[in-house]
Design a binder for this molecule. Structure first.
Ligand code: ZN
Length: 325
């Protein structure tokens, strides 16, 4: 390399370094001014509209849900934000203030808030609702101690007005009321259940004109069934599912239908005007098997309803009275 070339490189290197120095100084001054005058913060947009600034995106996101929970109610367990805020890091004047609170308020307008509460069930029936697990637990524990079946089922709503306002006392009252209804229903069900067969359908609705066991000058023996008077042609429904064992005219019974329900339980329907079924036919509870009439030994249209266990008649009145009318 010759001398002239070396000198030229030296000259240009010096010039370049001087220029770079100048640039660095200028940059430091610019950055210095920028740091004094501006700061980087997040601009927040909701649904495309600028609504303010936050210092820390992460901090803002983590506090927002907590703030709303406190603001609304202790039953809030989920807050769904419809409009996710958009963040953009901006250099703005140091005097620019952040407005986290206002942004939270703007977001609240479009939030779906889910509230949680607690339903109390006794024997599978919803009996009451309370706002806290503690109340629910206290009631359920008390019910269980009495040997009854109770449980808590979590429920939710997005309508704050639907939250239960029961006190412990009113919730307890409701639960005991339901428990009583369930017990009464159990007793009723027992009364209409004969040998494990539930006779749950009302055969006809009418007026009882002759009870079981009474003697009458029109009969040779004591009454073996229950007489229910109603208008001629009224449909007679079978009280439980079974098989028709008799469907014909039979002496003093007139037109009679007998249905075998199993377990030795049979029901008889006598004095029918018309029979709708045939022997051997299977019937479902509630099927119309005949029409009320006054055939056989009868003084007016009525159903003679009889229950037999292994051929022996029993008093059907308790069953009849306990079928839901
Ligand atoms: Zn009778």
């Amino acid at each position: 390399m010759n001398f002239i070339l070396k000198q030229r490189i030296k000259f240009y290197t010096k010039k370049t370094l001087r220029f770079l120095n100048l640039m660095v100084v200028a940059l430091v001054i610019i950055i210095g001014i920028a740091i004094i005058k501006y700061k980087p913060i997040y601009e927040v947009k909701l649904d495309g509209t600028k609504i303010g600034y936050v210092n820390s995106k992460k901090e803002f996101e983590s506090t927002i849900v907590a703030q709303i929970k406190n603001y609304k109610s202790k039953n809030v367990y989920n807050v769904e934000i419809q409009d996710e805020p958009e963040y953009a890091l901006k250099l703005v004047s140091r005097s620019q203030e952040t407005n986290e609170g206002e942004i939270v308020m703007a977001m609240q307008k479009d939030m779906i808030i889910t509230y949680k509460y607690f339903d109390i069930y006794v024997d599978g029936q919803k009996a009451s609702s309370v706002d806290t697990l503690e109340k629910a637990q206290e009631i359920v524990d008390e019910i269980k101690q009495k040997g009854e079946n109770a449980e808590i089922i979590e429920a939710e709503t997005q309508d704050e007005m639907e939250l239960p306002e029961n006190t412990l006392e009113t919730a307890k009252e409701e639960v005991y009321k339901e428990l009583n209804l369930i017990q009464e229903e159990k007793i009723r069900e027992e009364k209409i259940t004969i040998n494990g067969i539930k006779l749950a359908v009302l055969p006809v609705q009418g007026t009882i004109t002759s009870r079981y066991g009474v003697s009458s000058r029109i009969r040779s023996s004591d009454h073996t069934g229950l007489d229910i008077a109603t208008t001629k042609g009224t449909p007679i429904k079978v009280v439980a599912s079974g098989t028709v064992t008799c469907a014909k005219y039979s002496g003093s019974y007139g037109n009679i239908v007998k249905v075998d329900h199993g377990n030795g339980v049979e029901t008889w329907y006598a004095h029918a005007n018309k029979i709708n079924v045939t022997e051997g036919q299977t019937v479902e509870a509630g099927d119309i098997i005949a029409e009320v009439g006054s055939t056989g030994n009868s003084t007016g249209p009525h159903l003679h309803f009889e229950i037999r266990i292994n051929g022996e008649h029993i008093n059907p009145e308790e069953v009849y009275e306990n079928i839901v009318k």
